[in-house]
Design a protein around this ligand. Structure first.
Ligand SMILES: [Zn+2]
Length: 257
């Protein structure tokens, strides 16, 4: 019985993943994504229902549009498979109100972070819609599970600290450090992570960012003044904090001692 529900969780995840692909494609260009979500981006060919089955259609079509044979981006099956796998792992098999709401909360958060991650890597944007949505989901959760000080202080610190640093940086050096989307994401994550958690996130995302950027700068893969998406670092650290809290505690311990 549990196995059957796990299969459902996987299929459900794959279907949501296929919707996330649409969001990833359309959000940065502000297209209306609810209409006309099933056309070949190259030739405009209207996909049939059987061209729209997550993961399987990509395999069936061998990665090519049924009409014009243009290669379909690998992003589609990868996001679908990833979302399906995340859904499978987050679904604990517990069929109860608590089990299902907890699954839906963590799965929705994961979807938002995944969309944010891919869009930021590709376009250096963290869309406001996703930040707002994530903020609402977090808010509903923390109101039930945390003292108000946790989320009020977390949200304020998450927003104000990076905002002030960016402002001072701009006043002194005349360059914009963090983008508005990063600052909003810190604020939104602060609601869930709380004051200490969001400070930890800032610390670790900066460390992670520098660790990855230094070799890239050194080997001149990127230029010194080139704008780099910072969102992915915030998201990687947040994922560890939200989904692997004990691992994060160990990382924190290793850093402090
Ligand atoms: Zn086509």
């Amino acid at each position: 019985m549990i196995l059957l529900f796990k299969i459902y969780a996987f299929i459900f995840g794959a279907m949501i993943g296929s919707f996330l692909n649409v969001l990833i494609l359309r959000l940065p260009t502000n297209e209306k994504f609810f209409i006309d979500r099933s056309r070949c981006p190259k030739c405009g060919f209207q996909l049939k229902w059987f061209h729209n089955i997550p993961i399987l259609s990509f395999i069936g079509l061998r990665g090519k549009c049924a009409n014009c044979k243009t290669n379909i981006s690998f992003q589609y099956p990868v996001i679908e498979l990833l979302t399906a796998t995340i859904s499978l792992f987050l679904f604990g098999g517990e069929i109860s109100l608590h089990g299902l709401t907890s699954y839906l909360f963590f799965f929705t958060v994961a979807c938002c972070l995944l969309v944010h991650f891919v869009i930021d890597v590709r376009h250096q944007i963290l869309p406001d819609v996703i930040n707002v949505y994530l903020g609402i989901i977090f808010f509903i959760h923390v109101v039930f599970f945390y003292h108000w000080k946790h989320w009020v202080l977390g949200g304020l610190i998450g927003f104000l600290v990076p905002y002030l640093i960016t402002y001072l940086f701009y006043k002194i050096k005349g360059v914009i450090g963090l983008g508005g989307g990063d600052i909003k994401l810190f604020g939104v994550l602060g609601i869930y992570l709380g004051p200490l958690g969001i400070i930890h996130n800032m610390l670790f995302s900066c460390i992670l960012g520098s660790l990855l950027m230094m070799p890239l700068l050194l080997f001149k893969v990127i230029k010194r003044d080139q704008a780099i998406a910072f969102g992915p670092f915030i998201i990687i650290v947040a994922v560890i904090q939200i989904y692997f809290p004990s691992t994060f505690e160990m990382m924190l311990g290793a850093l402090l001692f």
